[in-house]
Design a protein around this ligand. Structure first.
Ligand code: ADP
Ligand code: MG
Length: 364
């Protein structure tokens, strides 16, 4: 092992319902990591929240199968020291130091990873962490907060209502009167379309709301937007850049978990999207503005609708976008001339740059 290499802790798995997607993403991040510069250290978090040291490769069962992929059995539970500047991995049993970490690359989608929690941990420990910070992650994750911020910045989002805790708190007639009868129901804090439903009547609505409330105590109800689904990748800290946009066309229904990951014919990805030059420019400008308004840094994928009236409406952002082999964020950069290896290196550089900048602030 070359001690001059930067040690990158790729943290993957996690307690979120997007655990399996994370396992798929992490394999690609690892495969693309430039091993001449970086030394990977794989840390898995199981569904119970136990951190395990995998070493320099991932220990997985059914690694290729999105239905069955799971963490392999390991018995090396570890802790990452929360002490500022210690940056060390310790055996969970003996507290014996097992090595150092220079940067964290969280490949954790959804709750406990994409929502500011791992970012908060990294900040306490003063370890550079790839992607958005605490605020950008938390606001970007919460679809309700995200919409409030964007709306106040004059960025168009689908009209929505927020329901908390119980189906009994939703007045269907009122919601239907404002948002129409075709509705999208979503847990406020999740991704990969887990818990997302499309409903057309009160019966379906009640079911969908109850299902979404199992994933989050806060659920958003949105009007249906008729339009093309356009995505744009943004990369950078102070001067973020947008990639060429891409388009997702679903074979049937909406861009569900099934269409995303399980059904190979479920969605067609067009990279770059078939758009006019002016449309491309508008998409990129909106993606960067959205990124800035939501305090993003490092990376984020910005998803929007393009309506028949040529209007752009932000759907959502993904602060730790998928890195699976069908994922758009790395593919959009590839189509923009940045290889996945260079993208991963850039993300790590941005994390170190941001951490250095934070450390210049006065603390007294
Ligand atoms: N308001 C809406 N109008 C039309 N389609 C929608 C709307 N909201 C979501 N969808 C569809 O549902 C999919 C998943 O919703 P999204 O908000 O992106 O959730 P997730 O964070 O789980 O990806 C979208 O990609 C789109 O196909
Ligand atoms: Mg989405």
């Amino acid at each position: 092992m070359d001690k001059h290499k930067i040690k990158v802790a790729i943290i993957f798995g996690g307690r979120s319902p997007e655990h399996q997607i994370s396992l798929l993403s992490a394999q690609n991040v690892l495969a693309s990591l430039d091993k001449d510069i970086y030394d990977p250290l794989l840390i898995s978090i199981d569904k119970n929240g136990t951190w395990q040291l995998n070493g320099d490769s991932m220990i997985l069962d059914h690694a290729e199968d999105p239905n069955k992929i799971a963490l392999g059995k390991i018995d090396r539970p570890i802790l990452l020291s929360q002490n500022t500047n210690e940056r060390s991995i310790l055996s969970a049993r003996t507290q014996e130091p097992l090595g150092k970490v220079d940067v964290i690359f969280p490949v954790l989608h959804g709750t406990f990873g994409e929502d500011g929690s791992i970012q908060g941990f990294a900040k306490l420990a003063n370890i550079p962490c790839v992607g958005c910070g605490i605020l950008g992650s938390a606001v970007g994750m919460d679809k309700d907060m995200m919409k409030h911020v964007l709306r106040s910045a004059g960025i168009k989002v689908a009209k929505w209502a927020t329901i908390r805790n119980s189906v009994a708190n939703a007045d269907y007639k009122k919601i239907e009167a404002v948002l129409g009868n075709e509705l999208f129901i979503k847990p406020a804090n999740l991704g990969s379309s887990v818990g997302v439903s499309y409903t057309k009547n009160e019966h379906e609505f009640d079911h969908a709301l109850a299902a979404a409330l199992k994933y989050d105590h806060k659920v958003i109800i949105e009007e249906k937007i008729v339009g093309r689904e356009i995505e744009c990748a943004v990369l950078g800290n102070a001067e973020p850049k947008a990639s060429v946009p891409a388009e997702v066309t679903v074979a049937e229904g909406f861009y569900s978990y099934e269409n995303k990951y399980l059904d190979e014919k479920g969605a067609q990805l067009s990279i770059p999207a078939d758009l006019t030059e002016t449309q491309v420019k508008r998409v990129q400008e909106l993606a960067v503005r959205t990124y800035e308004q939501l305090e993003c840094r490092g990376m984020t994928r910005v998803d929007m609708f393009l309506t028949e009236d040529d209007e752009l409406i932000i759907n959502e952002i993904n602060t730790i976008p998928g890195f699976t082999n069908v994922s758009m964020y790395p593919k959009m950069w590839e189509a923009s001339g940045l290889s996945q290896t260079d993208l991963i290196s850039r993300l790590i550089e941005l994390a170190i740059e941001e951490n250095n900048k934070e450390n210049q602030l006065l603390l007294t």
